[in-house]
Ligand binder design. Structure first.
Ligand code: G1P
Length: 300
């Protein structure tokens, strides 16, 4: 079973930093953002590989996940065995690449991995967000198992004035994740999805639950994506094919707390994520607080 990470975007929100290096390789502390997402993707039982949908303009992502014996030997010869191990660990992850040549939308990007996915259900993890405890996809797999292997997406409540930024679901609450006594929009509630709309106006939105960017989908979605027309924003939308999938298959949504994850989609969110991860890190916390204390003194 595979997990897909679309990573062919231009990274315009981070320009000029992303003019000649991929936003997916921006570090959170000492590791690139995309490595956190890859490690999260490999957590659910049964996932044995990650397929990154890349653009030919960003060969550095594939290079990052490739073995570089000379570089590792150089580090070891300088007594930096620990760093060599960290470099090697990244290149040992089961990651493969497919390339999207035209930026036609998320649905088009996902369809680029149709051959790699084959006849198995698969995860999609959007790369501007990662979940440090890696449990969100694991819980989605539990919901899927309870419902005969149906597709499951993660959703969360969003204020009415922000629905037009996201995919929004229609449906009804039908239960909760084992161990959660949740209903409605509470974390752990499980909904049966009856409709999906990409970037609706507040008047059109059928609920206030938005798609968070974690999907466990039936392989049947690939045939639908193959002939999906352009939707919101003129792009081939994954959400539109998911809406068509509902004609033949069941789909469920797990309500999650988006704050279980870290946002890296804008410079401000990325900076806050670095701070949050530094405070949670035994390696970096003390030095980070010292640096921050010095900066705060300068401000006072
Ligand atoms: C994509 C999806 C949308 C989802 C969002 C989550 O939109 O199309 O349904 O809610 O990710 O971040 P994008 O952010 O690419 O516009």
């Amino acid at each position: 079973m595979k997990a897909i990470i679309p990573a062919a975007g231009l990274g315009t929100r981070f320009l000029p930093a992303t003019k000649c290096s991929a936003k997916e390789l921006l570090p959170v502390l000492d590791k690139p953002v995309i490595q956190y997402v890859v490690e999260e993707a490999l957590e659910p039982e049964g996932v044995d590989g990650v397929v990154i949908i890349n653009s030919h303009d960003k060969p550095e992502i594939e290079r990052y996940f490739s073995v570089d014996d000379d570089f590792e030997s150089m580090l070891r010869s300088r007594g930096k065995g620990g760093l060599a191990d960290a470099v090697h660990a990244a290149s040992s992850l089961p990651v493969s690449f497919v390339y999207q040549d035209e930026p036609l939308g998320l649905g088009h990007a996902v369809h680029c991995a149709a051959e790699e996915v084959g006849d198995e259900p698969f995860f999609i993890l959007l790369g501007d967000y990662f979940v440090p405890d890696r449990q969100m996809c694991v819980n989605m797999a539990r919901v899927s198992e309870e419902h005969g292997g149906a597709s499951v997406i993660a959703v969360a409540p969003v204020p009415a004035d922000q629905v037009s930024r996201y995919g929004i679901i229609a449906g009804e609450c039908v239960g909760s994740l084992p161990g959660f006594d949740a209903t409605g929009e509470q974390e752990g509630a499980v909904w049966k999805v009856t409709g999906l709309v990409e970037k609706p106006s507040p008047e059109e939105a059928p609920s206030h639950l938005f798609i968070v960017g974690r999907y466990l989908l039936s392989p049947a979605i690939m045939d639908l994506l193959a002939n999906q027309g352009a939707g919101a924003g003129g792009e081939i939308q994954l959400t539109d094919s998911m809406e068509r999938l509902l004609e033949n298959e069941e789909m469920y949504a797990l309500v999650v707390d988006p704050k279980d994850g870290c946002d890296t989609g804008t410079p401000a969110a990325w900076a806050a994520t670095n701070a949050r991860m530094a405070l949670a890190s035994d390696t970096f916390r003390a030095a980070f607080l010292e640096e921050l204390g010095a900066a705060a003194k300068d401000l006072a």
